[in-house]
Write a protein of this length. Structure first.
Length: 550
């Protein structure tokens, strides 16, 4: 027996129509760095999205299924591309501007991008790559920039506003199958070549609904969010789509991602929520300590990408009244996997054991833990295993593209189709996930596992430590032992490795404590702000680190 319900497709187009009409007065504000920020209503975004679709189709010949890339900061024009390209039936491909040039070339060719929209300030990055971009036919320059770098370029060069000028403010958006591709992102390529993840209209729609739920970010049209998380990184965690569903205002930082400008825009534009990786907020704390600002408008911050030190969470709450909420996800999960809101009725210290986890799974994300022998581990908060997930916005394969050898690498998907995340952790009976490490980063010492994440978070709770990364290094007796690489605060004084080890010893078992220590200027980061431990491992192997053994 079938239902009597209408079969209306869940598409990005529906989100665009709703946001630009029902929430027409909500705004996208783009920080300019000087003078008045640029403001554009959701209604204007809708009209300009229609103009962009006309320009792409009529002037540049873009057709359904064609990939249109963006190499852009977080700004209003990028939001227009977010909606126009999928709504016209084409595929938005956000290029990660922090990737090495070789990987950018690989990604653009693998996706077979036909058009690249690029912010003028990023032309020096794009121009040297153009001769090697095999399928790109058009470059559209958004905003001011030195276009002389494109003189003689093979693709045709266009100016964004000139393309939109005179086009209709409405577009006959096609009725799309909700399973069609809407957008694609590539993983950051920390192991091998980056892999393409293609999001459907349906997955984006359902994911946006989850972002808006109270058990996730739970924002309303009374809020303004500051998405510091780049729009080229997993759809800015779904915020552009979620805000158009609910009318939440967006404050876009453009290229001004340094702690000083972020503090200034928070103080002047008064957002109530923000989202970014932990390193952004560590920098903001240091900025506020040196140059106090009024950030009392901020109610909550969503942090993901890597584990957030609990000490930093407490500082934000106790000193600035900002609730920091942990979330976990990855490119393959759209990215929302878990959010660490505490259970009903728990507040204060009672809530902290839940808040420092990666969070609880929503109904649409199923999870299981797989032990080393392939058996499924119980959700008892103690039994560790590799996390596998499946759900409506979870990837089931990677994009094949031109010359791909495999679209379903065996190391990333189980035989029955679950995503193997590569994260090791435990899950409580009520569905809260705590990640103890990446499978490749866990330290296997004398038959026991040591969590590098736990060591790092505990070290960063010390007032003298700005950052800390822990890696496994070979050990003749134990197989592997932890090496602690620390970045000390400028005013750390004469703190010694022995003092730091003693600090750990008060909180962790003695057999877990590192004997090897090194001081570094900063922890290497990936293109999305995560600790890049493979760099530290390579430096250790090449004897480039000044290591002290206690």
């Amino acid at each position: 027996m079938l239902s009597t319900m209408q079969d209306v497709p869940l598409t990005v187009t529906r989100i665009l129509r709703h946001g630009s009409t029902v929430h027409d007065k909500s705004q996208v504000t783009t920080w300019t760095g000087e003078g008045e920020p640029h403001r554009r209503s959701f209604a204007e975004i809708g009209a300009r999205s229609a103009r962009l679709a006309h320009a792409l189709r009529d002037e540049l010949g873009v057709r359904p299924g064609d990939r249109v890339a963006t190499l852009m900061w977080n700004n209003a024009e990028h939001v227009e591309a977010y909606f126009a390209i999928p709504a016209m039936g084409s595929v938005l491909h956000t290029l990660n501007l922090r990737l090495p040039p070789e990987q950018l070339v690989y990604i653009a060719n693998h996706a077979a991008d036909r058009v690249v929209l690029v912010n003028g300030s990023l032309l020096p990055l794009l121009a040297p790559l153009l001769p090697r971009l095999e399928t790109v036919e058009h470059v559209v320059v958004v905003g001011p920039g030195d276009t002389s770098a494109l003189d003689g370029a093979r693709p045709a060069v266009h100016e964004y506003e000139a393309l939109l000028d005179g086009r209709p403010d409405s577009y006959d958006w096609p009725e799309l199958d909700e399973r069609e591709a809407a957008a694609m992102c590539y993983t950051s390529g920390t192991t091998g070549d980056p892999k393409g993840v293609v999001y459907s209209h349906r997955s984006i729609y359902l994911h946006a609904m989850q972002v808006n739920m109270t058990e996730s970010m739970g924002l309303t049209d009374a809020d303004t969010t500051l998405p510091v998380v780049p729009m080229f990184h997993v759809n800015a965690w779904g915020l552009p789509h979620a805000t158009f569903m609910t009318g939440v205002g967006m404050l876009m930082p453009d290229r001004f991602l340094q702690p000083g400008p972020l503090a200034e825009m928070i103080e002047t534009e008064r957002p109530t929520h923000a989202a970014a990786v932990p390193t952004i907020w560590q920098g903001l704390l240091a900025e506020l300590a040196e140059k106090p600002r009024d950030i009392s408008c901020m109610k909550s911050v969503t942090i993901g990408g890597s584990a957030c030190p609990p000490a930093m969470m407490r500082t934000f709450e106790e000193k600035y009244g900002v609730t920091v909420c942990h979330a976990w996800g990855m490119t393959e999960t759209s990215p929302l996997g878990t959010v660490a809101n505490p259970p009903r009725g728990l507040t204060g210290e009672d809530a902290w054991p839940y808040r420092i986890t990666q969070g609880r799974f929503p109904a649409s994300v199923e999870a299981r833990l797989v032990g080393p022998d392939g058996s499924f581990m119980p959700w008892d908060g103690e039994s560790a295993g590799e996390l596998e997930v499946r759900g409506s916005w979870i990837a089931g394969s990677y994009y094949g593209g031109a010359g791909a050898e495999s679209v379903r690498p065996e190391d990333k998907f189980s035989p029955d189709g679950w995503l193997r995340t590569g994260d090791v952790g435990v899950i409580t009976p009520d569905g809260y996930l705590t990640l103890t490490d990446r499978a490749k980063d866990v330290i296997k010492s004398g038959g026991e596992w040591i969590s590098s994440v736990e060591l790092e978070n505990t070290l960063m709770a010390h007032e003298a430590v700005a950052e800390a990364a822990v890696i496994a290094v070979p050990d003749e007796r134990w197989g592997e032992r932890p090496l602690a690489a620390v970045v000390l605060q400028e005013d750390a004084g004469d703190v010694t490795y022995g003092e730091l080890r003693a600090f750990l010893g008060e909180r962790l078992a003695r057999w877990q404590l590192p004997e090897r220590w090194t001081r570094i200027a900063e922890v290497p980061k990936t293109s999305v702000g995560k600790f890049d431990k493979k760099v530290l491992r390579a430096q250790y192997a090449a004897q480039e680190l000044d290591v002290t053994t206690l």
